[in-house]
Design a protein around this ligand. Structure first.
Ligand SMILES: CC(C)(COP(=O)(O)OP(=O)(O)OC[C@H]1O[C@@H](n2cnc3c(N)ncnc32)[C@H](O)[C@@H]1OP(=O)(O)O)[C@@H](O)C(=O)NCCC(=O)NCCS
Length: 213
């Protein structure tokens, strides 16, 4: 199966809503009603794509049909309590992981997650966090197989959840820094500025400078 990965655009919203609805209906048929039973509307998908700096949807296509998707966002979902996770400077939160029922258990989810990891590293992010239903219908087993670490089991609004994280240590290439101006340097993760009167470097957008050795 040849898969093509891409960032979703507004024109994909209806197909993405249909994908989530198909997945929700399939889970409900197999496991009964639960938190997994609500699909998504086109309007809901569109609102998730409104601010690409903070939220992106990654899709997998097979012969132009969208067969899998997930969302990465800087804002944490309500159900996540960050106190349970390994401290991170730039975590991303993964939601809406879905592979169409006709294509599940054929390796699509793993390849989609690999793409998400690449997107997260380029963001740049240093961790991917998520919650899964602590139930047979949940995807916890899939995340654990991919390499996510279970960090906690909690109950949010009477719904048992498992928290998972994947830490993303900086790649060796992140040390490459080119001087492009006297006071402005470009690192792999974005612009860095020299702090006036010192030899220290700061990311232009604020935050923390990560150096891989
Ligand atoms: C969970 C989901 C995203 C996985 O995608 P997929 O394409 O079916 O997964 P893959 O075929 O890439 O599987 C990779 C590995 O994870 C395992 N796996 C997949 N789904 C699993 C699940 N629900 N529970 C336990 N293990 C699972 C596979 O058996 C495979 O293991 P292997 O390497 O030993 O063969 C997909 O099945 C799905 O959309 N499910 C319904 C929605 C859902 O549960 N979303 C998560 C909400 S918490």
């Amino acid at each position: 199966m040849k898969l093509v990965f891409a960032a979703a655009t507004n024109s994909d919203a209806a197909a993405l809503a249909a994908l989530h609805t198909a997945v929700a209906e399939d889970l409900t048929r197999r496991f009964g009603p639960g938190g997994w039973s609500s699909g998504q509307t086109e309007r809901g998908v569109l609102s998730e794509m409104r601010k690409p700096k903070f939220s992106r949807i990654v899709m997998a296509r097979c012969q132009r049909r969208i067969i899998g998707a997930l969302r990465l966002a800087t804002k944490k979902p309500w159900a996540i309590n960050t106190a349970h996770f390994t401290p991170a400077c730039r975590p991303l939160y993964l939601t809406g992981m879905a592979v169409h029922p006709d294509f599940q258990r054929q390796g699509v989810g793993r390849l989609l997650m690999k793409e998400a990891e690449a997107v997260a590293r380029a963001w740049p992010a240093d961790a991917i966090r998520l919650d899964a239903f602590d139930a047979k219908a949940g995807g916890g087993g899939f995340y654990a197989k991919y390499g996510f670490r279970e960090v906690a089991r909690v109950t949010y609004k009477k719904c048992p959840l498992v928290y998972f994280e994947l830490t993303l240590p900086p790649a060796a290439g992140d040390l490459e820094i080119d001087v492009i101006q006297d006071k402005c340097l470009r690192g792999k993760g974005g612009l860095l500025r020299k702090v006036r009167g010192s030899s220290a470097l700061r990311p232009a957008g604020g935050g923390v400078l990560m150096i891989a050795v």
